[in-house]
Design a protein around this ligand. Structure first.
Ligand code: MF3
Ligand code: CO
Length: 248
């Protein structure tokens, strides 16, 4: 069941999403060679709480941390640890906040120091693919219009889209209907309607799209060892262009 939000509810989501956006922005200055992913989590958790939010991921289906930190060949759901970032790494940061009854969810992938031309292109294409999807998030379009726009753009740039994880509706739950895949043909799935709120989150690999899960039960890695990037926005469908809630 897809839940339509009232304007008042969307303002509450905007507030949770604003906390997400600000902390992801602060992360840009915090991420550098030598910093551990656990230190990144502590930095984010302190900020979430001081802004009146609750870390949405901690305890979600048993997930053990406040954010996800996914390095290089890790696709999503990397668990913060004592692992330190190295020059040339790419680090995916996924952050969810619960505030005043509603969730916000967003992710970025950042370069650590100077990264390879391939890594630079991967980050650029993945973020642009997210915006290609958002461009299609208008009333009367269908969910898979978002999906196909993302897949087409990624594949035109020589990369592959992860199939095993998808975007999602979001609101009073972190994950609501509909599912929002990052692949598929256009014209399928539910029709978009003003008041829907969804998280669009392409995961893009330099190699093949296949992933496997590490023994920790969470961390998704590329099967072929290629690197991966992930960008996510929570958006609201309006009567015109989508409103990006996780943007400052
Ligand atoms: N953005 C991811 C998602 O929507 C983050 C979830 S991490 C989890 O699935 F730990 F909460 F599962
Ligand atoms: Co999400």
């Amino acid at each position: 069941m897809i839940v339509i939000k009232t304007p008042e509810e969307i303002e509450k989501m905007a507030n949770a999403c604003c906390i997400v956006a600000e902390i992801l922005k602060d992360m840009k200055a915090f991420v550098k060679p030598g910093v551990s992913t656990k230190e990144m989590e502590m930095f984010a958790e302190e900020k979430i709480i001081s802004r009146g939010g609750i870390p949405a991921f901690k305890g979600y289906r048993g997930y053990p941390a406040s954010i996800c930190t996914s390095v290089n060949n890790q696709v999503i759901h990397g668990i913060p640890s004592r692992t330190r970032l190295n020059e040339g790494d790419v680090i995916g940061i996924d952050l969810g906040v619960y505030c005043d009854g509603f969730y916000g969810d967003g992710a970025v992938t950042l370069p650590v120091g100077e990264v390879s031309p391939l890594a630079k292109k991967l980050l650029k294409v993945t973020e642009e693919a997210l915006y290609k999807g958002i461009d299609k998030a208008t009333p009367r379009n269908r969910v898979s219009d978002i999906s196909s726009a993302i897949q087409d753009y990624v594949e035109a740039n020589g990369f592959s889209v992860v199939r095993a994880f998808v975007g999602h509706g979001i609101g009073t739950s972190l994950h609501e209907d509909p599912q929002v895949p990052n692949f598929g043909v256009s014209g399928q799935g539910p029709r978009l309607k003003e008041g829907m709120t969804i998280a669009i989150e392409p995961m893009v690999n330099t190699g093949g799209h296949e992933v496997s899960i590490l023994d920790d039960g969470w961390t998704a890695v590329t099967l072929d060892g290629g690197i991966s990037a992930h960008f996510e926005h929570t958006i609201a469908i309006t009567d015109g262009d989508a409103r990006i809630l996780t943007k400052i």
